[in-house]
Design a protein around this ligand. Sequence first.
Ligand code: 3H9
Length: 695
Amino acid sequence: MTHPVTYEREGRIGLIRIENGPVNALGQAVRAGLDAAIEAFIQDGEAGIAVIYGAGRLFIGGADISEFGKPPQDPWLPEVINRIEACPKPVIAAMHSAALGGGLEVALGCHYRLAMPGTKLGLPEVTLGILPGAGGTQRTPRLTGLAKAMEMVSSGAPVTPEAALEIGLIDRIGTGDLLEDAKAYASELLAQAAPVRPVSAMPRPAADATASATIRATLAKTARGLVSPLAAVEAVEAACDQDLPEGLAFERAKFQEMMQTPQREGLIHAFFIERKVARLPEIDGIEPRTLSQIGVIGGGTMGAGIATAALLRGLSVTLIEQDGAAAEKARDTIAGNLGAAIRRSKLTEEGRDAILGRTLATATDYGELKNADLVIEAVFEDMAVKKAVFAELDRVCKPGAILATNTSYLDINEIANSISRPADVIGLHFFSPAHVMKLLEVVVADETAPDVTATAFALAKRLGKVAVRAGVCDGFIGNRILSHYRAAADRMVLAGASPFEIDRALTDFGFAMGPYAVADLAGLDIGYMTRQRKAADRDPQEVVPVWADELYHLGRLGQKTGRGYYIYEGRKGTPDPEVDEMIVKARADAGITPRTFTKDEIVRRYMAAMVNEAARVVEEEIAQRPLDVDVTLLAGYGFPRYRGGPMKWADMQGLESLLSDMESYAQDDPYFWHPAPLLMRLVAEEQTFDSLNAG
Ligand code: 3H9
């Protein structure tokens, strides 16, 4: 194997090259290689200055995350960086594309820093539940001052070279050619006989009580439940009253503490599964079909959102509505969405004008879709209506066009088999608002051609979405699991818990919202319609939330009517006491004596229901792996990222304890609690859900 770090000399310049694809992560071989290269440079009497640079697409993506949790291997990164800094001859870091985490820390150990235009310079460790552990919390504030350093380490957000230059993090921005610029900079410094310039020798940053208070106030809002951002801030503050060696020791202790947290395990799981989710044998090596013209049928909130998502990523869209007025309304909705994108700096005003003037077309005639590469229908959720739309599409669309439905529960096989080209049919289940929400369930029907699935994944990537492959069933992955944990919540309500207690317990657990606040947001008419749809096949033992039906009949549909479970002023809701009264009556009518639930029991029952249904979804191959469930819940259902997803949470709890919880719940509610066979098998085999993610 060739060594990932090489040293060579050109004239008086030592070139230290890191090549460890795909992201030049600082694994053991790279750390050892850097040590050896610096030593070679020191020994090389002809060399007066060295440049460290990364081959390939970026400088360094950070420490090798896949080594975390394994026994540490020498040399340690902080020591390697200290040795770079202690080098008696100057060392330049020449960065391109990205210098992240340990990568930026290597640069901070160098004496001069050059970044190419567009380089992302950041310390994203908090997004993995840790903090910079190789000097980042100590060297950054010595260069930038306390406030900027605290912001960088606690948000994890990268800065641009321009911003980095302004705050003193780097010395120069290159013009475009990494090696040429680096060598020119090195020659300049040689000519000036520039000295070594260790950051550790710079004065400590000044303490700043206002900045410390401000960052804490920000974190109270943005880092709810997370432990590492505050730990990172504390480590930076330590730089104010300690010299570098003591500061590094403090940072190290905090880093080790964070490495032991379940949050670190959850966040790193999330990092890897989000990259693994699109890796599917069925589309491996399959060429996607070409996509440039998109058709959207239906210009309601969902259709307009899908059109917006496509337009924002440079695709041409033709949107079909029933009549001119509806088409105009859809255009207005899209214009409103684009306006919001401008406010979020995702689009310029010129960009919006170009979209509305050229790339968006609205029409009432399906014939306008004859050149579309992909059509997504987002019409009313009714099988007959959908089939009629697909019959039209079958008639007008060109051969090879992909015909997609945005249904959230209907049988896509039935839709596909109703037309002459079932192989071209797929489900693209967007989440509302479709131009904002990250998740896209790609629902593969029995006859769907592999290149249609591959195209759906390519589209998701282009739209900046996280695509998860799902199979056909009522609700696919996400909504099917949701309906089960929501049922568990309703059963707790009937047994004595209040919806508000349940919401609070779950937001304390880390969910963005509890199930009843979510219901208010979605609209209580949605749940009502679902219950109506399922009424005919309903088992009499199922709990029907009659109070929710009552709210519907009173026209209290949630946020959009100002009242649902909560009473709204703007988007802020306060519990509606009348809801409690409705529930008390429902319990009395059912002859139930209410009992109390602790927060812990609420969470465990809710999570047990979620995991149990998820296990069924995996066993039935609706989700191909547990990680597909985790990504679905993380990207589309507000599941706390630091818990890694429900399957990861279950693994971390221990499946045996979860199973024993379910067995005990079954004693008071035998109808609802049936442990999934997969869960029982994994417990018997002493295995985890994660064991099924391999491959
Ligand atoms: C740290 O540095 C701690 C230190 O402070 C202290 C230490 C003592 N390690 O994302 P991509 C893999 S913590 C191992 O698709 P992109 C990734 O899994 C680290 N593997 O590419 C994928 O593998 P596969 C702080 C890594 O171009 C492949 O590389 N750094 C690492 O879209 C391609 O990744 C970070 O948090 C890693 N560090 O984006 C940065 N990074 O092909 C984390 C990536 O098998 N990384 N892989 O699926 C990123 O944000 C993005 O990967 C990056 C490239 C922007 C670099």
